[in-house]
Write a protein that binds this ligand. Structure first.
Ligand code: NDP
Length: 285
């Protein structure tokens, strides 16, 4: 049989993109399973996205991730969308099926998988979401599709907060409400799962934490963060002090990469190997 010198290509388009660590996670998985795949970290400026997607097709790449600022804009270049991507209105993963481009949003799926793998039940849960940006929107939609009973969204920007609550109310069977974020926010009574879906606490501002009433966090709550770096945010530390069970954003990120891995390769991703690779990259053993 003739030798094959051609690797399957996947990667990410973004701007800025240099500090995106997904390559470490995906390539650790490819190596573990002996798959001839390469993950490329590619700088694509906003005005070049159409050319980049055409290039993806022309070079027969297997797929691509999209990050800031391309997640919404890319939709007009795609042929098909998953139900979740349609609802969320953003795509972070494209699969190229012989020239037919399929768009999926795996940010929220990574989050729900991370919680489910930790034994957390989303069906019937009362969720409080801090933030209403891209990550919060993807997570809120997936939690609703998993059967959460209620989602309260607390956000500074009223338009974004209101829009997300309306989307959940109109398109899913979950009840949602929006509360404007004025000063120190109260955590609604009966919250089962509290999520920081904002970028507050992200490196280098590692001492920052969302402005909420931490005395209302209790031992019955699951508290999670979308922030990946640092893995243990000040928000999570404060919640842990009050007895809450905490789940790190890094689990969401690696699970999201694991879902993408399966979409592109057809193989189950070696999650632990991929998580270890990211911890090593962050200098944490
Ligand atoms: P967006 O810019 O879309 O949204 C940012 C959100 O944070 C908005 O709701 C914004 O509120 C809120 N926010 C920012 N600063 C403050 C503040 N000082 N006080 C209160 N709210 C604030 O960003 P993304 O949703 O794309 O990303 C958010 C975070 O999620 C980032 O840290 C990103 O790295 C992380 N992320 C993690 C993933 C993972 O797999 N773990 C996946 C994707 C993202 P407002 O609307 O009022 O401006």
């Amino acid at each position: 049989m003739a030798k094959n010198y051609r690797s399957e290509l996947v990667g990410v388009f973004g701007c800025p993109i240099d500090d995106n660590p997904t390559v470490v996670v995906e390539e650790a998985g490819f190596k573990e399973l002996g798959l001839d795949f390469r993950y490329l970290t590619i700088l694509v400026k906003p005005e070049d996205l159409g050319d980049a997607v055409a290039g993806l097709k022309a070079m027969n790449m297997r797929g691509i991730n999209l990050t800031i600022p391309h997640k919404v804009e890319v939709i007009k270049y795609l042929d098909e969308l998953s139900p979740a991507a349609k609802l969320i209105g953003a795509v972070n993963t494209v699969v190229n099926n012989d020239g037919v481009l399929f768009g999926e949003n795996t940010d929220g799926k990574g989050f729900t998988k991370s919680l489910k793998d930790s034994g957390v039940k989303l069906a019937g849960a009362k969720i409080t979401m801090l933030g209403a940006g891209g990550a919060a929107r993807a997570i809120a939609v997936e939690c609703a599709l998993e059967g959460a009973s209620e989602i309260v969204i607390i956000n500074r920007d009223m338009t974004r907060g209101d829009e997300l609550a309306s989307l959940i109310n109109e398109k899913t069977s979950t009840h949602a409400a929006y509360i404007p974020w004025l000063g120190t926010a109260d955590i609604p009574d009966g919250t089962d799962i509290l999520i920081n879906g904002t970028s507050v606490g992200l490196f280098p501002n590692v001492n920052d934490k969302p402005n909420i009433n931490y005395s209302q966090v209790n031992a019955n709550m699951i508290v999670t963060d979308v922030v990946i770096n640092p893995p243990e945010t000040t928000f999570l530390k404060e919640a842990k002090k009050r007895g809450a069970r905490t789940i790190r954003g890094i689990g969401m990120m690696v699970n999201q990469a694991a879902v993408n891995f399966k979409l592109w390769t057809g193989e189950d991703a070696p999650y632990d190997v991929m998580l270890d690779a990211l911890y090593r990259d962050f200098g944490i053993e």
